[in-house]
Design a protein around this ligand. Structure first.
Ligand code: SF4
Length: 197
């Protein structure tokens, strides 16, 4: 099967920029899977260039949103991702980032201001109300992952981005309630999404 760089589900087009990720989430849709919805998201060859992605997007107005979300963490490819956002906006489209929130940790600086004017929406996976739970569920491979993710979300809010947290419902009602307290405490909305089997 050919490597999948962009894939369409519903009205959106999703961008699979990389397989690199700073988490190893227990619930990740890529665990034990070669494909997702029939798309080969594990890249056997090189990661795609921004130009390749832009050519596959074509006219972004054909989609509700262009969503950076694949078998990896999109902020691993920050500059290419931002270049693609410029292309999408120049052609009248909308952008969204689905992220584990480790982009600033990866870059070693606050990247939230870089996303301003580039991302129309930023979905940060919160996933746990405490660091210990986060480490069990998301198995981070980067130092300071939980606090870094929370700081990134706050930085996005401060940069004026449309940011929200998400949790997967498999963490249980009590944990969802505690996550909602955290989200409310920092003035960021929380969305609960069903786990993808
Ligand atoms: S952060 Fe996303 S891509 Fe990375 S392991 Fe978790 S669910 Fe999978």
């Amino acid at each position: 099967m050919k490597d999948t760089y962009t894939y369409s589900i519903g009205e959106n087009l999703y961008i699979n920029l990389t397989n690199r990720c700073t988490n190893r989430c227990t619930f990740c849709v890529r665990n034990g899977k070669e494909t997702y919805e029939g798309y080969a998201l594990w890249l056997k060859g090189e990661e795609p260039t921004a130009a390749q992605i832009e050519s596959e997007i074509g006219d972004p107005r054909n989609y509700s949103e262009i969503v950076f979300c694949g078998f990896g963490e999109p902020t691993e490819r920050l500059s290419d991702m931002l270049e693609i956002c410029d292309y999408v906006h120049a052609h009248g489209g909308r952008t969204r980032l689905n992220t584990n929130g480790h982009g600033s940790l990866l870059a070693g600086r606050n990247i939230a201001p870089d996303l301003k004017g580039k991302m129309d929406g930023v979905n940060v996976s919160l996933n746990a109300p405490r660091r210990a739970d986060y480490e069990k569920i998301c198995r981070p491979q980067i130092e300071g992952a939980y606090e870094g993710m929370l700081a990134f979300a706050r930085d996005c809010r401060e940069a004026g981005l449309n940011v929200w947290f998400s949790v997967v419902d498999c963490i249980g009602e009590e944990n969802v309630r505690l996550c909602r307290e955290i989200a409310d405490g920092v003035g960021i909305p929380l969305r609960v999404r069903p786990m993808i089997e």
